[in-house]
Design a protein around this ligand. Structure first.
Ligand code: NAD
Length: 442
């Protein structure tokens, strides 16, 4: 098939690369000409395992094209995906300006019947709105083509985006047009060999499914963080509690890890947007508001432990911090817990020595430019030298089994604050470390 993708960010680029890998011809369009130039040369703007190879391979085989000209894509395809950003607006709702601009551009350029597929995460009712915008632009040009707007929410995870797209748990398609559903089924058939993974429904339910899915995952995280906070106060260990409840098949183990809060480009904004959608429709979402407020507080949990241990004045103290990205295997720092932790500690007078395998450029450029109180190192051990404590924020694999003998010799005070419960308390305490976790009575 021949496909255009409007918006070549995380989602658009992965979608384009994966569809081209299956033999489709894909035109990835973006308004950022610097990004497009880089992509034409196979240079990708994000870190995502396996993506660079996939992009280079498909540019070479002539299946994948990049351009700033939407007309080049539209003239050559009959399916057009919208995968532009829907950031958080000032009032918490999804900012729809990029989606609506993409729809306007499609309406201004469309020259034949088209299936428009909305992959951006958008509030219920957006497909109808996009159709209206395209129709009114066509009316201005006095042309009329058949346009069907489909909802196809994306569930990929940053850090595993290519493998998630290639082997999705499910593909959700929202449309009431049988022919369109057939076309989408064919397009996705290489990824959904088992047909139960291809789920069709009406457009509004598909739009809602994406928000409900992220809200559920965020709820599990906040629920577990709340359990951890109660455990700390009653002398229980949340690590045992997690095992105890996760073994119930109705509950399961996924997304039950306590920590220092969720972040990223999706959960925080999508939970907020759903709260706002509910409000706009006369419903107060008590659970989601709780999920959000638990998460905001949880980002301070490590700081609270540090204050309890060192006092409120951290002048003269230096902390080593492992992990800046909002989660492992990504360079994305949007809404990362590390930002809240670092800013709070610096405000209290501390200095930070930090290391992250992939996110240091983003940290330097967007969050801590010219801040003299944070320094960046190229090695996880170098940051530990002579510090007052080590703080683990992002559980990259390389932090899972570090050489504690080496750390013991290098570190100033043998203290570790673990924001992701990665280490064995007994072993570390036997080695002479003071070790603090989330949700543990110690
Ligand atoms: P992103 O910010 O990485 O990329 C968006 C891209 O769209 C940018 O490159 C921007 O330049 C481009 N753009 C904006 N307006 C344009 C226009 N008119 N024409 C062409 N290009 C345009 O965003 P993302 O992370 O890929 O997210 C896209 C959507 O997918 C969002 O709604 C997001 O919520 C959703 N989503 C994201 C993820 C994720 O993990 N990142 C997962 C699932 C769903």
């Amino acid at each position: 098939m021949k496909i255009t993708i409007v918006g070549t960010g995380y989602v658009g680029l992965v979608t384009g690369a994966c569809f081209s890998e299956m033999g489709n011809t894909v035109y990835c369009i973006d308004i950022d000409d610097g990004k497009v130039e880089d992509l034409k040369n196979g240079k990708i703007p994000i870190f995502e395992p396996g993506l660079e190879e996939l992009v280079s391979k498909n540019i070479e085989s002539g299946n994948l094209f990049f351009s700033t000209e939407l007309s080049i894509g539209l003239n050559n395809s009959n399916i057009c995906f919208i995968a532009v950003g829907t950031p958080m607006g000032e009032d918490g709702s999804a900012d729809m300006q990029y989606v609506l601009e993409a729809a306007r551009e499609i309406g201004q350029l469309i020259s034949h019947d088209l299936i428009v597929v909305n992959k951006s995460t958008v509030p219920v009712g957006t497909a109808d709105m996009v159709k209206e915008v395209i129709k009114s632009e066509m009316a201005v040009r006095s042309v009329e083509f058949k346009v069907e707007v489909v909802s196809n929410p994306e569930f990929l995870k940053e850090g595993a985006a290519v493998s998630d797209f290639m082997r999705p748990d499910r593909v959700v398609i929202g449309s009431d047009d049988e022919d369109v559903i057939e076309t989408m089924k064919e397009l996705y058939s290489p990824f959904t060999i088992n047909h139960e993974r291809f789920i069709t429904m009406d457009v509004r339910s598909a739009e809602m499914t994406k928000y409900a899915s992220n809200a559920m995952l965020a709820t599990r995280i906040s629920f577990m963080n709340e359990m951890a906070n109660i455990c700390e106060r009653v002398g229980a260990d949340v690590n045992f509690v997690r095992e105890g409840i996760g073994s119930d098949r109705r509950i399961g183990y996924s997304f039950l890890y306590p920590g220092c809060g969720y972040g990223g480009s999706c959960f925080p904004k999508d939970v907020k947007a759903l709260i706002k959608t509910a409000q706009d429709n006369g419903y107060e979402s008590t659970i989601l508001k709780g999920v959000e407020s638990v998460n905001e507080k949880q980002k301070f949990s490590i700081v609270t432990k540090i204050i309890k241990r060192f006092g409120e004045d951290l002048q003269g103290k230096t902390f080593a911090l492992w992990g800046l990205a909002f989660k492992p295997e990504t360079d994305d720092m949007r809404e990362a817990a590390s930002v809240v932790i670092i800013k709070s500690l610096i405000e209290l007078g501390a200095k930070i020595k930090s290391y992250d395998p992939k996110a240091m450029d983003a940290a330097k450029e967007y969050y801590f430019a010219d801040n003299p109180n944070i320094s960046f190192y190229n090695n996880k051990y170098d940051v530990v030298e002579d510090v007052d404590a080590l703080i683990l924020v992002t559980e990259w694999k390389e932090f899972r089994s570090p050489d504690f003998d080496k750390i013991k010799e290098m570190i100033g005070k043998r203290i570790i604050f673990d924001g992701r419960n990665q280490y064995n308390k007994n072993i570390l305490e036997k080695m002479g470390f003071e070790y603090y976790q989330i949700g543990n009575y110690g």
